[in-house]
Design a protein around this ligand. Structure first.
Ligand SMILES: Nc1ncnc2c1ncn2[C@@H]1O[C@H](COP(=O)(O)OP(=O)(O)OP(=O)(O)O)[C@@H](O)[C@H]1O
Length: 365
């Protein structure tokens, strides 16, 4: 078991807004994409934080903002006690070595004309760590060994490997710099399901051996379920719910998480699935024009008049360690507030619909 002590990463009210430019010279700012709009979270040393949500909700931007690959607009990013937004030049470079990123599609993130050796050495060079040839060669062999690839891989090119092996190369490229934190952006979504499990197991083993801390970004809740200690759910630039993985999957409390969970198939097909299916009203609003009040109220089957449209709920602890950004989380959990308006979208299997049969679901009004 990895030793866990205190937070390695703390994000405080982090915002990443992208200007929307217009005019012939694109010199006029006509609005902003509020990609990340006030996210606070913390990740303990040796812990895995799984960040989930639909495409476009700001997950990747948050991960990139944490590493300052995009510059946050506001907020604090505290890494091992230092606000990295205050770092410049050499001090930022040193911090960056300790925070590495791995990407979704191993092929597109690896330059096909570079051998594996050159891909791995590149990072060492960027951090001034490629001086001594023998020490570098040893470092590369160790990194490959750690991900289960032979030293002979060094002279090969990315196209000579399978998808799973290429992701191993991506992980080796991060490991060679001996990081403390790895931000993994959709690390397995381009891989076959059987290979996904192997890569996730590898990440877990590496964490246990090296005490690594992970932020794992995924649109697929099933991917982070077993690997994450804590899971955060994002919707339109903000966290709507955060809990230990066990609590979140056992009892999702935010209406959005409930809807996401209701779409996850039950792993054992012999077990009858009696969960309610929740389809959401309307489309995901644009992050350049997010709804006022609770960002989710326009699609929420439990939304209440006035307050949900007027007041943005803060992420607050509702029960031990379970944080929810919903004004009515307790009342929804107790059944005191029933879903309404989009109620026809809630179909229970015992009300006539076969589980998982989309034909039985009543479409969005
Ligand atoms: N460099 C950029 N300039 C302008 N807008 C951007 C930029 N990067 C991302 N966005 C926008 O910010 C929003 C959040 O994007 P982001 O990629 O972070 O979401 P995501 O949840 O990771 O989705 P996906 O899984 O599809 O990548 C999107 O509307 C996206 O179009």
């Amino acid at each position: 078991m990895t030793e866990r002590t205190g937070p390695l990463v703390e994000l405080r009210d982090v915002k990443v807004h992208f200007p929307i430019k217009s005019g012939v010279l694109f010199d006029r700012t006509v609005g902003y994409v509020y990609a990340v709009d006030g996210v606070s979270l913390s990740i303990n040393k040796g812990e895995t934080y799984g960040l989930v949500g639909e495409s476009g909700c700001g997950k990747s931007t948050l991960g990139r903002g944490l590493l300052r690959l995009v510059e946050p607009t506001d907020g604090e990013i505290v890494f091992d006690g230092t606000d990295v937004r205050s770092l410049k030049g050499e001090t930022m470079r040193r911090a960056r070595r300790r925070m590495q990123m791995i990407f979704q599609d191993p092929l597109s993130s690896l330059d096909p004309r570079q051998s594996v050796e050159s891909l791995l050495v590149e990072g060492l060079k960027a951090h001034g760590l490629a001086g001594d040839k023998a020490a570098t060669a040893k470092r590369l062999r160790e990194a490959l060994d750690a991900v289960g690839l032979p030293a002979s891989a060094l002279s090969k090119y990315p196209h000579e490997f399978s998808g799973g092996q290429r992701q191993r190369i991506g992980i080796a490229r991060a490991l060679v710099l001996d990081p403390d934190l790895i931000v993994a952006d959709e690390p397995v979504s381009a891989l076959d399901v059987s290979i996904q499990a192997q890569v996730l197991n590898l990440l877990e083993d590496l964490q246990n051996e090296r005490g690594l801390t992970y932020l794992i970004i995924a649109h697929d809740l099933a991917v982070v379920r077993h690997i994450a200690d804590t899971v955060g759910v994002m919707y339109l630039g903000g966290l709507v719910e955060e809990a230990s993985s066990d609590d979140l999957y056992r009892e999702p409390m935010h209406p959005y998480t409930k809807a996401l969970m209701s779409a996850v198939p039950v792993p054992d097909p012999t077990v009858e699935d009696r969960r309610e299916r929740i389809l959401l009203a309307g489309d995901l609003p644009s992050p350049s024009n997010p709804p006022a009040g609770c960002r989710f109220h326009t699609r929420c089957p439990w939304a209440q008049p006035t307050r949900c449209a007027d007041e943005r709920p803060a992420l607050r602890e509702v029960v031990g360690g379970h944080r929810v950004a919903c004004h009515y989380a307790e009342q929804i959990a107790d059944g005191k507030i029933r879903p309404h308006e989009v109620e026809p979208e809630l179909v229970r299997p015992d009300e006539g619909a076969a589980p998982g049969d989309p034909g039985e679901l009543i479409p969005t009004p």
